[in-house]
Design a binder for this molecule. Structure first.
Ligand code: ADP
Ligand code: MG
Length: 318
C-alpha cells in the first residue's frame, strides 16, 4: 500500500463543513463571521506518551482527545483538525482501528479531518486542531482574581494510578485497574463544559501534566496564589481508593497528569452559573479551593492546617 492509497483508505472522507478537505495542497476553512480561530497542536510519541502495546483504537481516540481538551480549555467549539503521522509500516491491522478510534471521536464533536502529512518513521502522531470562539470570549489563563473559587471537572488521578501499575510500582485489584486504565487510554475532553463556561469562568486550563502544575500556569499568568482543600481534592479520584493511603490518593489527584479535565476559576457570585454550566454540559464539577492574593499554592486539611508535603508535577524534561 502506497502513501496515497493509505491516505485515501483510512483518512480521506467526504467533506462536511470545511470549504475544502483532504486531497489538495491546502485545506480551506470558513470560520463563522465574528468568531476567532482557536488553534492548538499536541504530539504523541511512542514510549513517551503511550506504550507500544496500547490498543490502536484507543490511541486514535486519545490523540484527538488531548487536542480537543485544549480547545475545551479555551471555550472553543471544534471545527477541524490535521494529522501528521510517522509510521514504521503501512499495517492495515494497526491503521484500521487507529483511524476508527480517531474518526469516531471526531464525528462525536463535529470536528473533521481536513489534511495532514504521512511519512515513514518511528511512530509519532501530531494533531493540530482548529476551533472557533466568539471574538474576545476565549477562556484564558490570565483572568483569575483573588477571592475566586477554584473548580475541577470530572475526576483526577486515575490515569496516574494506571501508569504506576504499568510501571510496576503499584498493584490494584482488577476492576479498579480496568477503570483507571480506561481513564488513561480514553480520556474525555470537556468540550461542552468549556463552551458553557464562556462568560462564567475567569480563567481556565486543561490538566495534562497534573493539577498543581497546570494550575500554577494560571496563577503565574494571573499573578495570584491558591489555597487547595485536601479533603475536597481527595474526592476527585474516580475509581475507588481501595487500599490506597489518603496520601497516595492526594498525590495522584494533585500531581498525577494525563487527566484532561478542566480546572477553572469563577467568582463566588457566579456559583449558580457554574452549576448551570455543569448541568448543561452533563459534567460533574467540584469546588476544591480558592484564589488568594498571596502567590504560591497552599494545600490545607479540613482544619485549615497547611500540609507540608511537596507535590511535584510531571515535567517531561525533569
Ligand atoms: P503535499 O505533498 O502537498 O504536502 P501530501 O502528498 O503530503 O501533500 O498529501 C496529499 C494530501 O493528503 C494533502 O491534502 C494532505 O493534507 C493529505 N494528507 C496527507 N497525510 C494525511 C493524513 N495522515 N491524514 C489526513 N490527510 C492527509
Ligand atoms: Mg506533505
Amino acid at each position: 500500500m502506497g502513501e496515497f492509497e493509505l491516505i485515501a483508505r483510512y483518512f480521506q472522507r467526504p467533506v462536511q463543513r470545511a470549504a475544502l478537505g483532504v486531497g489538495d495542497d491546502c485545506a480551506l476553512l470558513q470560520p463563522t463571521p465574528g468568531m476567532q480561530l482557536a488553534v492548538s497542536s499536541d504530539m504523541l510519541v511512542e514510549g513517551r506518551h503511550f506504550l507500544s502495546t496500547v490498543d490502536p483504537r484507543r490511541l486514535g481516540h486519545k490523540a484527538l482527545a488531548v487536542n480537543l481538551s485544549d480547545l475545551a480549555a479555551c471555550g472553543a467549539r471544534p471545527l477541524a483538525f490535521t494529522l501528521a503521522l510517522a509510521l514504521p509500516a503501512a499495517d492495515p491491522a494497526w491503521l484500521a482501528p487507529f483511524s476508527e478510534g480517531l474518526l469516531a471521536l471526531a464525528d462525536a464533536h463535529g470536528c473533521e479531518l481536513v489534511g495532514g502529512d504521512t511519512t515513514r518513521g518511528p511512530l509519532n502522531i501530531c494533531i493540530t486542531v482548529f476551533g472557533e470562539v466568539p471574538r474576545g470570549q476565549a477562556l484564558l489563563r490570565s483572568g483569575a482574581k483573588a477571592g475566586d473559587d477554584i473548580y475541577v471537572s470530572g475526576a483526577l488521578g486515575d490515569a496516574r494510578l494506571a501508569l504506576e501499575v504499568f510501571r510496576g510500582t503499584l498493584a490494584l485489584p482488577e476492576a479498579q485497574f480496568a477503570q483507571a486504565r480506561m481513564r488513561m487510554e480514553q480520556p474525555t475532553p470537556r468540550v461542552a463544559l468549556g463552551q458553557a463556561l464562556r462568560g462564567v469562568a475567569t480563567a481556565a486550563v486543561d490538566v495534562s501534566d497534573g493539577l498543581l502544575g497546570d494550575l500554577s500556569h494560571v496563577l503565574a499568568a494571573s499573578n495570584v496564589g491558591a489555597r487547595i482543600d485536601a479533603e475536597a481534592a481527595r474526592t476527585l479520584l474516580g475509581c475507588p481508593a481501595g487500599t490506597l493511603s489518603p496520601e497516595q490518593v492526594l498525590q495522584c489527584v494533585l500531581a498525577g497528569g494525563d487527566d484532561y479535565e478542566l480546572v477553572f476559576t469563577a467568582p463566588p457570585s457566579a456559583r449558580s452559573h457554574v452549576k448551570s454550566a455543569s448541568i448543561q454540559a452533563e459534567t460533574l464539577v467540584t469546588r476544591i479551593g480558592g484564589i488568594e492574593a498571596q502567590t504560591g499554592v497552599r494545600v490545607v486539611d479540613a482544619e485549615g492546617r497547611l500540609l507540608d508535603a511537596r507535590y511535584a508535577s510531571f515535567d517531561h524534561f525533569r
